[in-house]
Design a protein around this ligand. Structure first.
Ligand SMILES: *Cc1c(COP(=O)(O)O)cnc(C)c1O
Length: 378
């Protein structure tokens, strides 16, 4: 048997007719940038996330940048982000000319630890970005409390968390502004690059709409600085079709997660992802942790497990093997090993198992079997 980490072909086949005809319509209209397909998608995506505005962008990274640009973040400012995230979260701040300030993640949710935020705030701090990492919402109530207490902005990065819920409410409208990614491998993926910004705030939405299109709302009248961060028409068409299936695909991901839990829940050498109470996890990634006794052994065992699974044709991933504070591009910030121990342990011991809606039960059983076989030989 073979188990890929992700298989986009199965999903394309299942909606081929629908999506091909939506793309054909864009070609027939030659509405290649923004246009009706993007506008329709924006409306539906906003509705699905119980938020007033959605603005389609050229990528999730661009959405990260737009969100903070829209709030007026700039040179001399600091933006707090978790040490355990994909690098694009950091580019949002750095592209504004601001600096990032890192905070460790929580040992069970793997999301930014609200208790560590006050210690990272100084007079330059302007915002904190809550990443709903791996598909699980961050602890928004605690984050709201600390950000409001210090009078700084709260922003969401929901690149991995389409349709996730926090205390019964969809993410995307739980802070002032939220960014999404539609990178093909994300829970809702375009056929190329794509992203969005969502907000309930009319003024911010208007400003971001301008920035997205060269600082104008009327052609050639550039009222403010801007850029070209528009979504392509074809991506809007593809996303509009796929959004209709997203509830079903999200349920399927949750079923895969439940099956992994059923089969691996008793294996003491690993920890499974923990769904925090009242957080609806959408399992963009299924990250397990290897517990081998100490940090060095963790990493060695994790790497051996990954190799063993690959030898058995099971593909896995690492999210993320080098935390942000250990990246060369942030050397000037002066962080050192040991600064963010939870993030570091996760980087050393985490392993992402195959996770996508079409993963079959026999494939999940095969993965679980091989993991058990590996630990029996230990
Ligand atoms: C994927 C991702 C992004 C960036 O999205 P792109 O569409 O690839 O530019 C930003 N933040 C997080 C947490 C992501 O996982």
């Amino acid at each position: 048997m073979e188990v890929p980490f992700l298989d986009l072909k199965i999903q394309y086949k299942s909606i081929k007719q629908e999506v091909d005809s939506a793309i054909q319509q864009v070609l027939d209209n030659t509405a290649f940038i923004l246009g009706p397909a993007v506008a329709d998608f924006e409306k539906e995506f906003a509705k699905a996330h119980q938020v007033k505005h959605c603005l389609g962008t050229s990528s999730g990274t661009d959405a990260n940048h737009l969100a903070l640009w829209g709030l007026g973040i700039g040179a001399g400012d600091e933006v707090i982000i978790p040490a355990n995230t994909f690098i694009a979260t950091a580019w949002g701040a750095t592209l504004c000319g601001a600096e990032i300030k890192l905070v460790d993640c929580h040992n069970e949710s793997y999301n930014i630890n609200p208790e560590k935020i006050s210690g990272a705030i100084n007079k330059n701090t302007k915002a904190v970005v809550a990443v709903h990492l791996y598909g699980q919402p961050a602890d928004m109530d605690a984050l709201k409390k600390v950000s409001a207490g210090h009078n700084i902005h709260l922003v969401e990065d929901a690149a991995q968390a389409h349709l996730a819920e926090y205390k019964g409410k969809k993410i995307g409208g739980l802070s002032e502004i939220c960014s999404f990614s539609y990178y093909p491998g994300k829970n809702l993926g375009a056929f190329g690059e794509g992203g969005a910004v969502t907000t309930d705030n009319d003024v911010i939405a208007e400003k971001i709409k301008k920035i997205r299109e060269h600082g104008q709302s009327k052609k050639y009248h550039h009222e403010i600085y801007g850029h070209n961060y528009r979504m392509e028409g074809i991506q809007g068409a593809v996303l509009g079709v796929k959004l209709k299936h997203l509830n079903k695909w999200t349920d399927a991901r949750r079923k895969v997660a439940a099956k992994y839990r059923e089969l691996l829940g008793n294996l003491e050498q690993i920890s499974l992802p923990k769904e925090m109470p009242a957080h609806k996890h959408v399992y963009h990634l299924y990250v397990i942790r290897v517990n081998a006794g100490n940090r060095q052994k963790n990493q060695q065992t994790r790497d051996e497990l990954q190799t063993f699974l690959q030898e058995n044709k099971i593909s896995t991933g690492l999210h993320y093997p080098i935390p942000l504070h250990m990246q060369n591009c942030f050397k000037h910030l002066g962080y050192k090993p040991g600064d963010f121990p939870v993030t570091e342990v996760l980087a050393e011991s985490g392993l992402s198992l195959p996770m996508f809606p079409e993963l079959r039960e026999d494939q999940i059983e095969y993965v679980a079997d091989k993991i058990k076989t590996f630990f029996k030989s230990k």
